[in-house]
Design a protein around this ligand. Sequence first.
Ligand SMILES: Cc1ncc(COP(=O)(O)O)c(C=O)c1O
Length: 479
Amino acid sequence: MRKQILELEKLSSQLEPDSDIRKHQREPVIKYSERFLENLSGAKAYEPPVQGNEKLLSEQFFEEGIDVHKIIQSVEKSVDRGGINPASGNHFGYIPGGGIYSAALGDYLAAVSNRYAGVWFASPGAVNVEKSLCNWMADLIGFTGNSGGYLSSGGSLANLTAVVAARESKGISTLESSKTVIYLTKQAHHCIDKALAIAGLGKSVIRRVEMDNRFRMDPAHLNSLIEKDIQNKLNPWLVVGSAGTTDTGAIDPLNSIADVARKYNLWYHVDAAYGGFFLLDDQVKGKMKGIEKADSVVLDPHKALFLPYGIGALIVRDISTLKSTFRFDADYMQDADSEPAEYSPADISPELSKHFRGLRMWLPLKVHGVAPFRAAIQEKLLLARYAHEKIGSMSGFETGPEPDLSVVTFRYIPGNGDPDEFNRRLQQELLNDGRIFLSTTLIDGKFVLRLAIVSVRSHLSEVNHALTIIQEKASQIDN
Ligand SMILES: Cc1ncc(COP(=O)(O)O)c(C=O)c1O
């Protein structure tokens, strides 16, 4: 047996390379990442699927390893090609972020040390990193006292966690959910509907509250809907406001919604996945007044804090609401109970073993300080106003409302023919071209294009470049 163990050890030791082999493996990775970043400004923002993407599916995993140089070639040719290039500053679709380099260094360290970020006993340092980040976001929101939060993999999971906590805190039974009512606008992100379905609340009554002409919730209509539902013996319990909708970046009147939520004792959730970090700007903070009265708020550092995909945050006004929802015990975890800290991430969220994702946010905030993040946020706000003004003055174009944040909606009105069809074609031409990437949506049933200026790498030259291409393509089609 001893002989067999030693033979297996010899082979399995390949998983623990020595310093020379580590260097050999690391160098092509670093070299490629440098080349990737250096070539970004000239790279396409969108590219149709390339042949290599398909080939990956048929490639086999062999018993013998392959040299890392060859693998990196495959990453370059087959993985990092085709589809959207999220690192590009010419990516203006959906909600980009870019992905800052210092976050990659944080991820690298987190993966090397593999600190166990779910439980304080296992890694007090990693847990305290996560708590300090959540405290920072709680301060940004304006929460005081007993607030706290959890770092999730993204906005959808953070919203789901909030919905489950709200359900438990309000004592909503999934069996009787058809008598309970949830209030949101048509502009709330669809991950809320998904969260409700996952949380067993798919049969709840969902009221779509009316909006003003800038797609912001009408609190008076919210109030009247609740009144009517109470008269009809239904149970209103949750209202979801948006601090930056995905379609247009609209900010709901959070303070007035808070008043209504308080009046009827509803759980007040604010989805600030896109807009949350714009709180770094004082003017936006003013527009988001009332967010501090929410029970729960979601922010996505992989959007307007420019981190790579894979990090969201749920911050709650009272951390005990998460503890009472998500704290479970197991015999085999009894040693971990001896922690002096009040709670671990595992006690306040669905996760146990979790990626030490705090380091990818903590390290950049420490390395750069907060000021460059604030400047980047303010830059995007001004760029959106600039683009809104410019597009408004471009012949043939009409724009949506002046942006509350950094999404500009617009469409081209052709001399004749169906505007929806024209703009669909314009989008297709932009995709075929690939130098910039924009996504589209339907506003009041009309097909519109969106310029979402959120990427850390989108600056004045990228926005001007985008406007030139948009105008050029529209003129070509309208000929
Ligand atoms: C306002 C808003 N909420 C939630 C989400 C979902 O976040 P994620 O994609 O991180 O799951 C998004 C994504 O764009 C969003 O814009």
